[in-house]
Design a protein around this ligand. Structure first.
Ligand code: SF4
Ligand code: SF4
Length: 510
């Protein structure tokens, strides 16, 4: 099948609101999940008669379950502050990619079925029936939102379009209109333990290969253990770390840090995935059952600490939801959660981000670092949206911004910030988050990367930046793919622990 036509917009010196191009992305949608993919994870196989009633019924359930959804649908005053804040609108000019327009796709249906004026005078209040045409629009534009939450930063009412997108996807899944990419991945996690479908023997092979490579490089016996009972730490990392470039460089770095600290650790076949696509499709049951694999592995292996590798949305799920979903962190009350609470060492944050772990060691002078080893790099840092706007790190406010930067400054001499309008809580999504990292959406992904590429171009030209560090597996995969469309080398993106790996000194050869 021919791939999508991909057109990168020109990079501009000054960001400006694009000319409106109605319908510009009216054909950009991900493949629909097959009957087999949907039913494998417990969703209806396809859209069948009576879907409207079921969809409205599901919407009613979500409105009861999530009061925030009702508040968001009720409270928009159409002030327009969010309109030019979405990277997909900035990159495509399609007015339906304005956050408020994306919300209105659901708001109009909400008004029709859940408000009195909408039931009595639908046209007067912009209420619409949920027709197949409207559902198709939902499928298009709720799959052109990466759930990055940038728009919510600028909304005076804090309306979170990401939650509305999640609800839209959840309703569509509940009537058999699922997205192939996400639902197929969720099926793999349930069957095999990770998004990529890597079986245990493949993981073992990869990890023993890494041990040989690191021994060759450093002379040290750095271990990359799998399923080791009694280890102090369970590391849960995105499965891309096991084989993809540049991701694997960070996995190498984590192992070196554990080795230098003298702390025993293990990976798990059962929980060989930090990512949780249940969040992307807005489905609580999927979110929970995927997260439960981590609790099961932690109990089975008897670990004292759970540390999460470089993955943006995984950290959002871990930091924000694991406690009540699984009992990792205080919250859940079932017997296994209580057993886990008794097992974990609560002197440490549970869970902990790998950056918090490494940062703490650096602060205590426990690592030997040679910053000059990174002198061939002039580094900038891309804040991943889920870390920046949906989580935190460390004990101080803004730790999720400062800790990765402080690690970079400890391991590299040359660091340059990008435009402050594009970093920290104002960061732009890479363009591939939220379940959109699939080839049939490449044109959308390239266009959505525009604001980040413009900021990168400025520091590449003005500051000679040649390396963009990030702590998200999706950002790494997305940038590797889209950087060449904007004239950059694909290998200029990498992990924070890739820089740590270069600088850390361990063995006889170093
Ligand atoms: S959450 Fe992100 S992708 Fe979605 S509408 Fe807002 S800015 Fe755009
Ligand atoms: S900024 Fe908030 S209130 Fe204003 S249009 Fe956007 S969502 Fe509505």
């Amino acid at each position: 099948m021919a791939g999508p036509q991909v057109q990168a917009p020109p990079l501009r010196e000054f960001a400006e609101i694009p000319a409106l191009q109605p319908g510009a992305m009216g054909a950009s949608k991900p493949y629909i999940a097959s009957d087999k993919i949907n039913t494998a994870i417990g969703f209806p196989g396809e859209l069948t008669e009576g879907w409207q009633d079921r969809a409205i019924g599901r919407m009613g359930e979500l409105l009861k379950r999530y009061r925030s959804l009702k508040v968001y649908l009720e409270s928009c005053v159409h002030c327009g502050a969010c309109t030019d804040k979405c990277h997909y609108f900035l990159g495509t000019g399609d007015p339906k990619n304005m956050p408020v327009a994306r919300q209105d796709l659901m708001r109009s249906v909400y008004r029709r079925y859940f408000t009195l004026p909408g039931k009595v005078f639908p046209k007067l209040v912009g209420a619409r029936d949920l027709t197949k045409e409207v559902l198709d629009e939902w499928y298009l534009y709720y799959n052109q939102c990466s759930e990055c939450r940038r728009c919510s930063v600028f909304c005076p009412y804090g309306i979170d379009t990401a939650e509305i997108t999640m609800a839209g996807r959840e309703i569509m899944d509940s009537v058999g209109l699922g997205q192939k990419y996400s639902n197929e991945i969720i099926g793999k996690v349930h069957r095999i333990g990770n998004n990529l479908g890597l079986p245990g023997p493949a993981l073992e092979d990869t990890l023993s290969g890494l041990e040989e490579d690191v021994k060759e490089e450093t002379g040290a016996d750095v271990r990359y253990p799998l399923n080791e009972k009694g280890a102090e730490v369970l590391l849960v990392t995105p499965s891309a770390d096991f084989f993809a470039e540049p991701h694997v460089e960070s996995l190498i770095g984590y192992g070196k840090v554990f080795h230098a600290a003298g702390i025993s650790w293990t990976l798990s076949t059962h929980a060989s995935e930090a990512g949780n696509f249940g969040m992307f499709i807005g489905n609580y049951e999927q979110l929970r059952s995927i997260a439960m694999r981590i609790r099961e592995a932690a109990l089975e292996l008897g670990v004292k600490r759970i540390i999460v590798g470089e993955c943006g949305h995984a950290w959002r799920v871990a930091y924000s939801f694991w406690n009540t979903l699984t009992g990792i962190g205080a919250g859940a009350k079932d017997p296994f959660a209580i057993e886990l609470q008794n097992q974990l060492d609560l002197r440490y944050p549970q869970p902990m981000h790998i950056c918090e772990f490494t940062h703490d060691l650096i602060q205590r002078g426990a690592l030997t670092l040679d910053k000059e080893a990174n002198d061939h790099r002039i580094v900038t840092y891309h804040d991943s949206c889920n870390v920046a706007r949906a989580s935190r790190m460390g004990a101080r406010a803004g730790g999720q911004f400062d800790i990765p930067r402080e690690i970079i400054r400890a391991v590299a001499n040359n660091f340059v910030e990008m435009d402050p309008d594009t970093t920290r809580e104002r960061t732009f999504c890479c363009g591939g988050g939220g379940g959109l990292l699939t080839d049939e959406l490449l044109d959308l992904r390239v266009k959505g990367a525009l604001p980040r590429m413009e900021a990168l171009r400025k520091v590449a030209d003005g500051g000679k930046v040649n390396f963009m560090a990030t702590i998200c597996a999706i950002c790494k995969a997305q940038f590797t793919k889209v950087l060449p469309f904007y004239g950059f080398k694909m290998n200029m993106v990498g992990g924070v622990h890739q820089l740590v790996s270069t600088a850390i000194r361990l063995g006889a050869k170093q």
